[in-house]
Design a binder for this molecule. Structure first.
Ligand code: ATP
Length: 291
């Protein structure tokens, strides 16, 4: 199994392997609210409250790629439904972009074991991106994937689409934009879709550090899908991976540097910036200088 997994992962991907035998489901579920209460469960609840991610009557499509983040997200939602105020409904959706059959089977088996009732639907995205976007497959794939997920959520009558982006994704995006695109833009905990009316995207793992997601998965003994990309994984070195390494290096010299990057997006001082963009319109500090 381990050898097979490694063959299927792209060479640029970090491969997460469990360190323990697969635990019974009830132990995995219990660990979320006991063993990982502080670093996972409480952070999940905090993000939901702080950013008002769930309202009574919501019908939430939880997007499952089969990777570590979205598997945890599914279990967190189920636990919340069970232990908290269950005044919302859940649908679990998994888009098959053209996975290798072994990868797809792993996704199905994991969800079955974890009691996550998924709707799998085909999109053919790998084939399309490799044919029409040979030079920029990741950009194209990400856009098409988002569209496919919104479409499915809408079809199932959902008003929210939950994605498994976590704290490290957020700070890496902030730094990636700053260092590579020359702008200051972070990933938000929720946003309204421009193209799919009535659907909001939510990111309930926003405050959870990746390190604890890895620990949870390793403890559970689940083999997540690591890198199921069949198009770009072996061709493109990821800038995001470099940023991840850079943050790790910075941590050696700057205490809480990850938190500082996160907080920078909460503490933007509008009196000390040169220019900004709002609703597609650009502004300069000079526009307001003589007011
Ligand atoms: N094929 C898919 N089907 C359903 N949801 C998906 C799919 N691919 C990605 N997603 C959703 O988008 C989120 C971000 O995707 P990305 O590829 O960046 O994943 P990731 O950071 O590797 O997370 P994960 O560990 O969940 O795969 C995922 O956590 C999941 O919620």
């Amino acid at each position: 199994m381990a050898e097979n997994q490694n063959k299927l992962a792209g060479s640029g991907c970090e491969v997460l392997v469990p360190t323990e035998d697969r635990k019974p489901l009830h132990e995995i579920e219990r660990s979320i609210i006991k063993r990982y209460r502080k670093h996972i469960w409480s952070k999940f609840i905090k993000a939901i409250k702080e950013y008002e991610l769930i309202q009574s009557g919501d019908r939430i499509a939880v997007a499952i790629s089969g990777g570590k983040d979205s598997l945890l997200m599914a279990k967190l939602f189920q636990e919340l439904h069970r232990h908290g105020n269950g005044n919302f409904e859940l649908e679990f959706i998994a888009m098959d972009p053209g996975y290798h059959p072994d990868i797809k089977q792993l996704l199905i088996d994991n969800c079955k074991y974890l009691n996550i009732p998924i709707h799998i639907f085909e999109s053919g995205i790998f084939e399309i991106t490799s044919r029409i976007a040979e030079d920029y497959p990741c950009y194209m794939c990400a856009r098409m994937r988002r569209g496919a997920l919104y479409g499915k959520a809408q079809q199932l009558g959902c008003n929210k689409l939950a994605l498994g982006h976590h704290f490290n994704d957020v700070i890496e995006t902030t730094l990636l934009n700053l260092l590579c695109s020359g702008n200051f833009k972070t990933m938000l905990p929720k946003l309204k879709s421009q193209n799919y009316e009535g659907i909001e995207l939510i990111r309930p793992l926003y405050l959870i550090e990746e390190e604890y997601i890895k620990r949870f998965i390793q403890y559970s003994g689940i083999w997540p899908l690591n890198c199921a990309c069949m198009v770009a994984a072996k061709k493109i070195g990821s800038k995001r991976e470099e940023i991840k390494e850079l943050i790790e290096k910075l941590k050696e010299s700057f205490i809480n540097v990850d938190l500082s990057i996160f907080r920078a997006a909460q503490n933007v001082n509008m009196d000390s910036i040169l220019g900004w963009e709002k609703d597609g319109k650009k502004y300069s500090f000079l526009d307001f200088y003589h007011e």
